[in-house]
Design a protein around this ligand. Structure first.
Ligand code: GLC
Length: 666
């Protein structure tokens, strides 16, 4: 659906736009039509000098403080307009006209929900079309557009796709993590979205969790240190209105990584389960990273977890969903931590609460949810919340607090002055400069676990023989949240696979046979790249459900996750490491995988490669010694899956490789 478009590059949008707004609002004031949803913008615009109109309308005056502008705008809003601002819809289910009619505060792209033209321009056009709808509303409050750019703006074809957080955790490099997130912010904002549902500040404790790879690691200390990702996305205070910054969303508050295996109610086995924990342990393991994210880096939004918390000191058996956890959302997050940003519920998380729909909406908003992520049932949310306010079961003070938080974010993002996408950075999306940083991140994320006979770095002489399921599959090396929600083995993005990188780096004859069915040349060095196929959320839980809906899957269910090497990969390792003069195995996965002792004994070099993303070249850089191995394990590497959960500090801690382990090369 095409909305009549203004020309973008030449028109002085802010002036024209502000005039339209000012006149529209002024007409509403004069006619006393406050509350009428229809746009009051007249046929002809008042062409008085810019800034003059805004003097009559404080909320449009950028010279006034954000607080003053918010107060002024809030005072002009009807309850319907306030509740509209508290509502977020998914782009596939809403139109710009819906944004105008309902005064929707935000639109999101769920994982893989991309414009037909999945290019930087296509994204900017899509976001700006929704913005047109917002500016056509009575008060012309701009719309926030949110995406999950969790390892680069990876829904967008051609974006720089960085290592997932578990690889960034292995780098221990806070400066690099900040830079990676700054580039992510630049490529995201340049294409329209001003809001990133990232970083995940989960402290993963059971690697059987399908979201392990979204975590920086298993200790609150490491995750807290890398919460600097928030500053990478937002910049420093006062920089949110820059075209290379986006609103960050530390998530999922809190304890998403603490849940106990087997406690989820649905098909998942870990994700969205119950954190059975004392308040003290919860504070130590789950809340810790949010203190720097909020108090040091000023995170502008937070997303509660689908999971529940069951306090052991209160006698377990009475879990409360985070989405309705007033003690933690309002008492701790907004109270003790002093969080003044907005709390956005997770995808239909409100539906998981006990009670009727109205009771669910009431409980969530009263607990501290400021905006509801209601991808399809946004109208139903508006109706229910309106009824709850009219019945006095949700106070107008709570509504005003929520809308104040939402409007504050919009003013600080500069959306009232520049509502449309600033496209000047469009040509930097996926640029060589950005990919260079991604390649560095890949190299620093590689963890050398075994180096028998100093096989690494590889010499540049012997013929090379490459095998394994993940040697030449950029979809597998990128993992979930890439082009589609779950990612996919057939998801091809610009970049380099590990095979291509080895081929480029070695400039020698490289034999490739994924299943090692081709004979291994005598004296060859073998490189076997093994690991997992992509997944996201509970579909990656060990023993969890199988995903079968990505186009490339042709409806064939993906393998159930077990944290073990596939039979084909085990066979490839056995074959190559038996026949080659020396062999190196690289595990491309979202978490540690179980390697049987008999197989491990045949391996000379073992590397944890995690999910490197688009720049496979970074793996070759450490394989051939262009860069040294410096990575350290961000999570414990268990001997067997049965050891999970296993974390540093546990009694009887006896992993295959401990947290923090990593060999170096000269
Ligand atoms: C998902 C995830 C959350 C994401 C949101 C929007 O269910 O839990 O991390 O930000 O929905 O895609």
């Amino acid at each position: 659906m095409k909305v009549a478009r203004r020309s973008r590059d030449t028109e002085p949008r802010p002036t024209v736009r502000r005039a339209a707004l000012a006149v529209g609002a002024a007409v509403a004031l004069v006619t006393g039509l406050a509350g009428v949803g229809a746009s009051a913008a007249p046929a002809t615009l008042d062409t008085a000098a810019p800034g003059k109109q805004s003097a009559t309308l404080p909320y449009l005056n950028p010279r006034l403080s954000t607080e003053r502008r918010v107060d002024d705008l809030l005072s002009r809003m009807t309850m319907a307009e306030k509740i509209g601002q508290m509502t977020q819809a998914e782009r596939a289910n809403a139109t710009p006209a819906d944004v105008t009619e309902l005064g929707l505060g935000s639109i999101l792209s769920g994982g893989g929900s991309v414009p037909e033209d999945n290019t930087p321009e296509g994204w900017a056009d899509m976001v700006d079309a929704f913005q047109d709808g917002a500016l056509a509303s009575r008060l012309g409050i701009p719309v926030l557009y949110g995406v999950d750019a969790v390892h680069g703006h990876a829904n967008l074809y051609g974006a720089t796709v960085f290592p997932h957080n578990i690889g960034l955790g292995a780098t221990r490099d806070a400066k690099l993590v900040e830079e990676v997130n700054h580039i992510t912010a630049k490529e995201t904002r340049a294409t329209g979205p001003q809001w990133n549902f990232a970083p995940c500040l989960c402290v993963v404790r059971d690697d059987r969790w399908g979201r392990t790879y979204e975590s920086f690691g298993e200790t609150p200390g490491l995750v807290s240190r890398l919460s600097v990702a928030v500053r990478g996305l937002q910049g420093r205070r006062g920089q949110l209105d820059h075209r290379d910054r986006v609103l960050a969303t530390p998530k999922h508050f809190a304890g998403d990584g603490l849940t106990t295996y087997g406690t989820p109610t649905g098909d998942y086995t870990v994700d969205q389960g119950i954190s059975i924990v004392s308040r003290q342990e919860f504070a130590r393991l789950a809340l810790a990273p949010y203190w720097p994210a909020i108090q040091r880096y000023g995170a502008g939004s937070v997303m509660p977890s689908f999971s529940s918390v069951d306090w052991t000191e209160d006698g377990v058996g009475n879990p409360t969903k985070m989405t309705a956890h007033r003690e933690l959302l309002t008492g701790v997050l907004k109270g003790r931590m002093g969080f003044d940003g907005l709390v956005i519920s997770d995808w239909e998380a409100i539906h998981q609460l006990p009670g009727t729909w109205n009771e669910q909406v009431r409980a969530a908003v009263n607990a501290g949810i400021d905006m509801a992520m209601e991808p399809a049932q946004f109208r139903q949310f508006i109706t229910a919340l309106t009824e709850e306010v009219e019945a006095g079961r949700v106070s107008t003070a709570r509504i005003d607090d929520a809308v104040t938080r939402i409007l504050t974010a919009k003013f600080e993002l500069g959306l009232f002055e520049e509502p449309y996408t600033d496209r000047r950075n469009l040509d930097e999306v996926g640029s060589a400069k950005h990919r260079k940083v991604a390649r560095q991140a890949v190299a620093e994320s590689q963890v050398l676990l075994k180096n028998r006979g100093h096989v690494l770095p590889l010499s540049k002489k012997a013929p090379l023989y490459v095998a394994g399921s993940n040697a030449d599959n950029i979809g597998n090396q990128a993992g979930g949240w890439t082009l589609t929600w779950q990612g996919g083995s057939t998801n091809v993005i610009p970049g380099s696979t590990i095979l291509e990188a080895v081929d480029d780096a070695s400039r020698r004859n490289v034999t490739f046979s994924e299943t090692a069915s081709t004979p291994v040349p005598s004296g060859a060095t073998g490189i076997v790249v093994v690991g997992e196929t992509p997944y996201a959320e509970g579909f990656g839980d060990v023993g969890g459900p199988q995903w079968a809906y990505d186009p490339g899957d042709n409806g064939v269910p993906r393998p159930v996750k077990d944290m073990k090497l596939s039979a084909a990969d085990q066979q490839a390792v056995d074959t190559v490491c038996t026949q080659a003069a020396e062999c190196v195995v690289i595990v491309i996965s979202g978490r540690p995988l179980e390697i049987a002792p008999a197989l491990l004994s045949k391996i000379d070099g073992l590397v944890a490669g995690w999910l490197p993303g688009s720049e496979g070249d970074g793996v070759a850089d450490v394989l051939f010694g262009k860069k040294r191995f410096t990575g350290k394990l961000p999570v414990t590497w268990p001997r067997t899956v049965e050891q999970e959960p296993i974390n540093v500090g546990d009694a009887d801690y006896d992993p295959l490789y401990p947290y923090g382990f990593g060999l170096s090369t000269r």
